[in-house]
Design a protein around this ligand. Sequence first.
Ligand SMILES: Cc1cc2nc3c(=O)[nH]c(=O)nc-3n(C[C@H](O)[C@H](O)[C@H](O)COP(=O)(O)OP(=O)(O)OC[C@H]3O[C@@H](n4cnc5c(N)ncnc54)[C@H](O)[C@@H]3O)c2cc1C
Length: 432
Amino acid sequence: MTGLAAAWELQQQNVPYVLFEASGLLGGKVETTLADEGFLIEKAADAFILGKPYAAQLAREVGLEAEAIHPREDTKKLYFLRGGRLLDFPGHLKMFVPLDDESFRASGVLSPAGTERFLNEVNVPPRPPTDEDESLASFVIRRFGEEALNFIVPIAAGIYVANPYELSMQAAFPQFLKMEQDYGSLIAGSRATPRASGPIFMSFREGMGALPAAIAAKLTGEVRLDTPVLRVHPDGVTLAGGEKVTGSAMILAVPAWYAAPMLSQGFPETAQLVGELRANSSVAVTLAYRREDIEFDMNMHGLLVDASEGIPLKAMTVHSAKLHGRAPEGHVLVRCFFVGLEPMAAYREAVKEVGRLLGAKEAPLDHWYGDWRGKNPAYQVGHLEHLARIRQSLPPNVKIGGASFTGVGIPDCVNAGRTMAREVLILRAAEA
Ligand SMILES: Cc1cc2nc3c(=O)[nH]c(=O)nc-3n(C[C@H](O)[C@H](O)[C@H](O)COP(=O)(O)OP(=O)(O)OC[C@H]3O[C@@H](n4cnc5c(N)ncnc54)[C@H](O)[C@@H]3O)c2cc1C
C-alpha cells in the first residue's frame, strides 16, 4: 500500500516512475481471496480506520466510493474472555477509555479493586512534559494501574502484536500522550472530546484487495511485477537478474527485513540501523463452519482475550457477522489470532477454542492460514529517534517508509507513501 500510494501521488504530479514489485501481485499484505465455496478471505487487514482520512481519500480518488462498506451495527457485539468465561465487552468506550463509569463497573472485565483503580485515572496527575519515550506497559500502569494491562493490551494488540513492555508510546499511541498533557487524564480528555458520529471503520464490498486493485488499474506508469530489487544505490537500483535501472530518487516501501539487505552495499550504516528494527510473530487461522454446527449466537464482531488468561489465543473476529458478504448464507467465517504457535498447532488450537468457547459441534468445512511469524513491526521504545537516525543516514533522494517505520495501519501506509512522493517532488523542484 505504501508503494502504491507513492506511485499514485507521483502520477498525480506528472512525475515519471517505475514501480518494482517482487511478487506477481500488487497490494502486499492487503489481499483478498474468494474461495470456491463463496467465503471471502482477507490475508491481513479486514477494514481500516477513518479517523486518519488518507486511505478513504485515496479510495475516493480511484473511484471506489460506491464500493465502501462499514462494520455492521446490528451485529456490533464483542465479548471478553476472562477466567474462562465470555463476558460482555463494556459499552461506551473510546478505544479502551470508559465514557461512563457505571457500564465499565457492570462489565466485570477487571476485579472490583482493579476497576476502581482504572476509573481513578482521572485523578492521576499527568507526567511532567518530557521528550522521553515510554512503553505501553509503563504508561498503562502509571495511569490506570497494573491490572489494567490485562484489559488494555488485548485492545492494543489488535493493532500491534507487541510486547507491552517494549512497545513505544510515542510511535504507537502519540494521541494518548498528547491527551494526557492537554487534559490531565485520558478519561477527562476522552469525555471532553466525544467521537464524531458515523462509521469508524471502512472496507469494500469485494474485500480490502479492491483498494490495491483499483489503484493498480489506474496506474499509467511502468509497473514491473515479479521484479525483486536486489540493491539500492544513490543513483538507482539493481534488480535480482542483475539489470541496473537508474533514477533520480528512490522510495523504499518494503518492510525492514527486506530493506536492510537491499541497503547493505550502498548504505551500510542505514542497513545496520534498519536491521536493528525488531518484529514480532503471530499466526492467524480462518475457519469456515455451517451456521447450524455452532451453538453460540454468532451475530457478533468477535472476542478479545484477557492478557492474563495464559492461552495462545489472543482474539477472534467473526468476519461473517462483522461485514456483509464474507460468507454464503447459513455459514460462519471466524478468524482466530495466536501468538507463540506454529501454523499447524494454531489450526488445532483454533478448532479446539471454537469448540470450547462457541460450541462448534462439527469440524470446520475449510481453513486458511496467515503466517505472520517475524512479520509484525515491533516499534520498540525509542522507535521515532531510531527512525530519525535511519533517515539522517540516507541522502535526500533516498526515502524509506511503510509499516516497519511510520505506522502499521493502512491509512498510515498511504500517508507515508504519498508524503515520500511529495518530498521527492520538493527535491526535484529545488534542483531544477
Ligand atoms: C493479520 C494482519 C491484520 C491486519 N489488520 C489490519 C487492519 O484491520 N487495518 C489496518 O489498517 N491494517 C491492518 N494490518 C496492517 C496492514 O495491513 C499492513 O501494515 C500494511 O498493509 C503494510 O503495508 P506496506 O506497504 O508497509 O508493506 P507490505 O504490505 O509488506 O508491502 C511491501 C511490498 O514490497 C514487496 N517487496 C518486498 N521485497 C521486495 C523487493 N526486494 N523488491 C520489490 N518489492 C519487494 C512485497 O512483495 C510487498 O508487495 C494488518 C496486518 C496483519 C499482518
